[in-house]
Design a protein around this ligand. Sequence first.
Ligand code: CP3
Length: 390
Amino acid sequence: MHPAAADMDLLPVTDPPPAAAGSRLTVPGNFTPRQRFLAALEHRPVDRPPVWMMRQAGRYLPEYRALRQGHSFLQMVHTPELATEVTLQPLRRFGFDAAILFSDILTIPEAMGLQVDFPEGGPVLQPVVRTAADVARLPPVVAAERLGYVADALRMIRRELGDQHALLGFSGAPFTLASYMIEGKGTRTFEHIKAMLYGQPEVLRALLDKLADVVIDYLQMQLDAGADAVQLFDTWAGELTRADYDAVVRPSTLRIVQAIVGRGGRIIVFAKHPGHLLESTASLGAHGLGLDWRVELGAAAALCRQQPGRPTSLQGNLDPIELFAPAAHIERRVRALHTAAGATGWIANLGHGVIPSTPIAGVEAFVAAVHGLASHGAAPVLLPTRAALA
Ligand code: CP3
């Protein structure tokens, strides 16, 4: 074990103060939500763990459904004022410490010239990318030119948040983006991308490489526009064997992490079904690792402590369906996750996105349970409510 990692366990909760505060904070309750989020992501002590929720902006919120009635999903994604409004909605209602940009991972395939639609039943992309010639035809993308609306939204959101709340940007990781571009839609079987992996691995590698270039430029643009950190959604990486992940997919993800970290950015890597990949993802050198609910948080924390270099924080991993459970169950589970994660380096979250039928009371119970972990009664900070945009 790296000596610095071993020491982490022994740090008292009030010492040292969070560096982001600029001055010495002796009262743990003085953390702003943003300072709390950054401290946890950087494995520094906190008054209580920060909390946010994947897909926290979305259809489980009546105010999202109301705004959505007048606009298509893509219209909302493409219009910075609407994306800003939707991003802020959950922060007015719940005491989340971080906002996540309202957008979609499929902005990148769209910027590369694919037609992306969201009919009932999930996204559809065309034309599909299946051959070496298809990959070669994909144009290089300069994020500021094709995806500038995302930077505009982030700047607008940052203006609204000030320095009180953390702001997260995100991108799909190359393998997850490639799966939509190759399959043309969501899939349970991944037959076309796996056929390419086994039959033409060099074509898949070329596509992942091309995507990694765009993702690096896109994430850097988001950090420049005011994001405190970015999350890389490698949602479907867990569908692969570890050997295939390591040989074909991990290099493009590693290149992204190294580029962002090398320029001073903060990055969290999330994958679903990540259990068998943990040694491969924990060693990427990301600041944070997002876990789905199948992973035992304590075991992942122990593995992360064994990595050399800067310790990796963990994010997750309550099953989103546990938000349908009674508040007492949710509170028990949050306490258990906190105990398993250890005193530093944990960001409370779900193990995947909140689903549209989720009861608001379940979200309230989750947030209240995390707030209840405060050592000195830190008060939640809500954004002031404002008339929703028409
Ligand atoms: O977390 C957040 O609140 C930020 C917003 C966000 C959305 N999509 C909003 C959204 C983020 C981070 C995503 C990422 C995303 N999009 C992923 C990776 C993350 C994951 O969930 O594993 C993937 C695979 C997509 C592609 C995508 N977009 C799918 C599969 C769907 C679902 C289709 C459906 O009907 O459920 C979307 C649509 C989408 N993305 C919605 C939202 C709020 C619903 C759109 C609507 O209003 O109809």
